[in-house]
Design a protein around this ligand. Sequence first.
Ligand SMILES: Cc1cc2nc3c(=O)[nH]c(=O)nc-3n(C[C@H](O)[C@H](O)[C@H](O)COP(=O)(O)OP(=O)(O)OC[C@H]3O[C@@H](n4cnc5c(N)ncnc54)[C@H](O)[C@@H]3O)c2cc1C
Length: 599
Amino acid sequence: MTLRPTVDFLLHDWLHVETLQERVRFADHSRETFDAVLDTCERIAREKYAPFNRLVDTQEPHFDGERVILPQATHDAQKAYAASGMLSAAQDYEIGGMQLPYTVEAAANAFFAMASVSIGSGMLTTGNANLLMVHGTEAQKQVFALNEFSGRFSGTMCLSEPQAGSSLSDVSTRAVPDGADFADDPLGPRYRLKGNKMWISAGEHELTENIIHLVLAKIPDENGKLVPGTRGISLFIVPKKMVNTAGELTGERNDVALAGLNHKCGWRGTTNTLLNFGEGKYPVGGEAGAVGYLVGQAGKGLHCMFHMMNEARIGVGMAATMLGMAGYLASLDYAKNRPQGRPMGPAGKDPAQPPVRIIEHADVKRMLLAQKSYCEGALALELYCARLVDEQHTADAAAADDARLLLEVLTPIAKSWPSEWCLEANSLAIPRDFPVEQYWRDNRLNMIHEGTHGIQAMDLLGRKVLMEGGKGLTLLAGRINDTIQRAIHVPEFAAHANALGQALAQVGAATKAAWATGEPTDALANAVPYLQAFGHTVLAWVWLDVALAAHAAPESNARTGRLAAMRFFFHYELPKIGAWLQVVSSRDQTCAALSEEAF
Ligand SMILES: Cc1cc2nc3c(=O)[nH]c(=O)nc-3n(C[C@H](O)[C@H](O)[C@H](O)COP(=O)(O)OP(=O)(O)OC[C@H]3O[C@@H](n4cnc5c(N)ncnc54)[C@H](O)[C@@H]3O)c2cc1C
């Protein structure tokens, strides 16, 4: 059993990606070119990533006082990834890209996430360069983004600080104009940055010639004070090594110093760093202060950064999905081979019988079907969101705007649902000291980075379902109702269509009830149960829609499996939303009102 047939089914039988060829941007593509990309990525993931997943977990990055040392396998994997052209897959032909639909790019990247989630940091490099292609100047694109797409440089995102994690308004890194001619630098208005950035992934290594940090910092006002809140945040390009306008290294190091490597429970193949900016360890031109070039307008840094964060959120959701999938496939293999226990007969168990393989026990099948329904459902959701990205970029104006709004509403689910439920899949998959233990540790961090679970939940209930007069929620309800209308006419799906209709109505009513007093403290007191119920309703919709495509396909074991996973989700999972929405609708204060002394 491999991932590929599921990916092919979702891309072609369900999402019909080949219809994207009708768009001018993708006109040169065909099923053959999509298959060639998937074949290449599957092969590189199998040869350069999967065999070293354990190694990068046990041989953690270490600092020898001068350099951060990573296993040779990490260097080889990253070289192979860059050589495949995947860093610039979605970019224009003129700059060496493939103009590949994002849906296919996301599917191709799934193979790497499943083989070894932490060996590569391509997601950060691509996200960083994509941001610059949208918000950077021509020179910034040429010097920084293009060299990231080629794999010569790599990228980071530097948001968090020791005192500013979820609350980015508390960022205290300062950026001051660098000299009287600061505005005239060909690489963008030049500043000097001072501050500390915490938990920075891929913040220091020798994998590439240079590291391009995208750093959030505040420019002090005329009194030297930092503007409170997020309004004062600006975005800067801070290269680890100084470069000239031709993109060549000048030989001078920028004032960015590694203060330490963080040890984490998972994702150990990727360095995670505390970086000191501007402490004077590597003075530039004899002066302390890290040189940074402003991206976009001053004070609009968070807006620019969101371009990278939204992509990264879908990427994290896909990573969580693939870790769950890796565990599912490993446990399926184990369950098919492990003999244990006797079958239950009318007269109880017969000890004289040989043991059966554990996949023959109903409870093991329950655990396997739960994993399948979580992971294949999450993969469908991620690919659906990726397809919306393509719609947003290439559909006509009205459809593109719908896709934008749908993505706004679905992004917290795309990030958080797999982080919770594909982690649960990993829990179900762990029999003892199986490789799945590492998948679980890797996956556990996905509920934390790119906005914690709690923050995503507040974003969904506090902002996304309300924005633009609730239009995003209405659009989503419209899509769900379309699926219900198609399913209600298929006798074996009619009950599921009704259940989905009721779930949607329950979510709608709970959204209103949560906001009935208009008080955010009431509404958001149970934001995570709301996220769970909303997410389960979305997944039930995705599964019913996938089941309609499966139903139209010829009989096969895969078809039977997909229909069973859909039924599992409706029978065992969707009914849970009642309990979650109960506390949301009643604005239950059991948690919110408890004094800390009572704990
Ligand atoms: C593997 C990994 C990689 C990372 N890589 C990067 C990176 O490359 N760049 C980068 O900038 N950062 C990175 N981070 C940092 C990450 O973005 C932060 O960990 C995250 O934003 C949470 O911040 P925190 O850890 O300070 O937790 P806190 O913000 O202190 O949160 C702790 C808990 O309190 C809850 N909480 C906080 N505020 C609220 C609130 N207002 N309402 C309700 N609940 C709240 C949170 O949900 C969480 O449960 C990474 C983290 C990890 C684990």
